[in-house]
Ligand binder design. Structure first.
Ligand SMILES: *Cc1c(COP(=O)(O)O)cnc(C)c1O
Length: 223
């Protein structure tokens, strides 16, 4: 086993039952992704459209590509034909664009709505009120017929303060549960709560995450 494969195996042994692992491979070369692929990893997360499309073109077709970064509306058309899940949908305009392109290309695109629970001002995402306003639109299903909202995604504040991180993940979980219990649409299937990265994925799983996005602990640090 290579060092990368050992790292991956360690992370996998730490996953709670039912938690999916997105191997965040941004900036890393295809050879390293293939090391993970060879030991069974099939979900990879990228944050740049061009890089993800190039990797998609040159790698095995049973890989599930997840767009985890901030997505610009003018890039949507390049990925809807093959992307498995878009994590960072942070505005109705972006959701509209994803729907529009999906209609055009005859596909249905899986999305997570990104929610803002962190203290930092800079993080993208809906706050609770914006999220509920969007999801409580009565014609949500008719407005976005070629989108399937599969859940929520969030990022905690970048801090060493465990309590702060816990508080934010708890908040995300309670919003997730609230949506699940209060909202129903034909294109809404609230099953995924994507939260947790290398530094905080164990905390995230303990607070209800069922999809973690781990990069540097698998592939090594990025420049
Ligand atoms: C880069 C990135 C990750 C992975 O971060 P690591 O700390 O390397 O595990 C997870 N989620 C998002 C949205 C990212 O951009």
């Amino acid at each position: 086993m290579t060092e990368l494969q050992q790292n991956l195996s360690t992370i996998k042994s730490n996953l709670l039952t039912g938690v999916e692992l997105v191997a965040v491979s941004k900036t890393k070369p295809v050879e390293l992704l293939m090391e993970a692929y060879q030991v069974g990893q099939r979900i990879f997360g990228e944050n740049k459209v061009q890089e993800m499309s190039q990797k998609h073109a040159s790698m095995p077709k049973d890989i599930k590509w997840h767009m985890i970064g901030h997505l610009q509306r003018n890039k949507v058309k390049e990925i809807v034909s093959y992307v498995d899940l878009i994590h960072g949908v942070d505005s109705p305009r972006l959701l509209r664009e994803i729907n529009k392109e999906s209609v055009k290309q005859g596909v249905t695109t899986n999305c997570l709505l990104q929610i803002h629970v962190a203290e930092e001002e800079t993080k993208f995402g809906f706050d609770v009120d914006e999220l509920m306003q969007l999801l409580k639109t009565t014609d949500f299903g008719e407005t976005y017929p070629n989108v399937r909202v599969q859940g929520l995604m969030t990022m905690a504040t970048f801090t060493d303060d465990q309590k702060q991180i816990e508080k934010e993940f708890e908040m995300a979980k309670s919003i997730f549960d609230q949506v699940r219990s209060e909202v129903s649409h034909s294109n809404l299937e609230m099953k995924t709560l994507s939260m947790g990265m290398s530094g905080d994925y164990q905390i995230a799983m303990n607070h209800g995450s069922n999809m973690v996005r781990v990069g540097s602990s698998i592939f090594g640090s990025r420049n």
